[in-house]
Design a protein around this ligand. Structure first.
Ligand SMILES: [Zn+2]
Length: 306
């Protein structure tokens, strides 16, 4: 996960340019939701601006960074069923996390530290695009749903994201925008796998652990496989730049494209570039493990290096 930088006014301007009626319609629905104190299923108009977020995100999930299908020029599948507009703070209610099953399967020993967001949800943010992003079905429906673990106190009434974050200390990160935690400050990459940064302590460590456990960023096979394949390609470009002075410009161009904000698995690949510069032997060892994993999908290959 990486931050996709954009300011709030710029995001709103993009929405206005894409659909000049959306803000007016959102305002009307927000007033209706405020009266009823809940959002009805039929009132959702957030999907109308899904493509604004998809362009901004480079057609990848904002949480797990896996690619999502883009409509093709031949009118083929748009892949719309594979991703959703995600309300970072849930609309109508907040459910506790972790469930007993998750606690057991992921051996979570810090659950007693966690609270959960406003029990009745954040109805007043349901039509606020500064609370949106687009995520894949696994992240959105299977894993997140109405859950919103925090370490602070629920702040149902605040409207501003910065004020909410300061009070609630959410354990998840909304990576769209220029506010809140930078996920890269929490995550440390070991080849294709991820852990909380070693220097984190106390609350920050619990938040980073929760982010990884909640989205299963370290164990989902499709993510590990995608990151492994990307590491193999990236490592080859890094090596090409080293071996052949004539290839440096081309290699630099491809490397820059692979770690750009809109690139899939950019968080992992930025971590790999850092490792390559710090410890080339270890990076090349990870390339070897990544090649083997891509062929076998054997999780033992991705255990920590000695
Ligand atoms: Zn995802």
């Amino acid at each position: 996960m990486i931050r996709i930088p954009i300011t709030e006014p710029e995001l709103r301007a993009r929405i206005r340019a894409a659909d000049p009626t959306w803000e007016r319609r959102a305002k009307e629905r927000a007033a209706k939701a405020a009266d009823k104190r809940r959002v009805d299923d039929g009132d959702g108009i957030w999907s109308d601006i899904k493509h604004v977020f998809m362009e901004l995100q480079g057609w990848k999930c904002m949480y797990c960074e896996k690619p999502m299908p883009r409509p093709d020029e031949h009118g083929g599948s748009s892949g719309k069923v594979e991703y959703d507009v995600e309300h970072f703070r849930p609309k109508n209610r907040v459910q506790p996390w972790p469930t007993e099953r998750v606690k057991e399967s992921r051996r979570i020993d810090y659950a007693a530290r966690l609270r959960h967001g406003a029990a009745n949800g954040y109805v007043h943010l349901a039509f606020d695009p500064w609370n949106y992003g687009v995520s894949c079905k696994v992240c959105n429906s299977e894993l997140k749903g109405d859950r919103f673990p925090i370490l602070g106190k629920p702040a149902a009434r605040s409207r501003r994201r910065r004020a909410l974050d300061a009070k609630e200390m959410p354990c998840l990160v909304l990576p769209i925008g220029d506010e809140g935690e930078d996920p890269q400050a929490w995550l440390e990459w070991h080849g294709p796998t991820v852990r909380p940064r070693a220097e984190l302590e106390g609350d920050d460590r619990v938040r980073a652990l929760t982010l990884i456990d909640f989205l299963e960023l370290d164990t989902r096979q499709d993510l590990l496989l995608g990151r492994c394949m990307a590491i193999v390609v990236l490592a080859d470009w890094l090596e090409a730049a080293l071996d052949d002075p004539a290839a440096v410009d081309e290699a630099d161009r491809f490397i820059a494209a692979m770690v750009a904000d809109q690139a899939v698995f950019a968080g992992c690949l930025r971590g790999f570039c850092e490792l390559y510069r710090r410890d080339r032997d270890q990076a090349l060892h990870w390339r070897q493990q990544a090649r083997k994993y891509a062929a076998s999908k054997e999780p033992a290959l991705l255990k920590e290096l000695p």
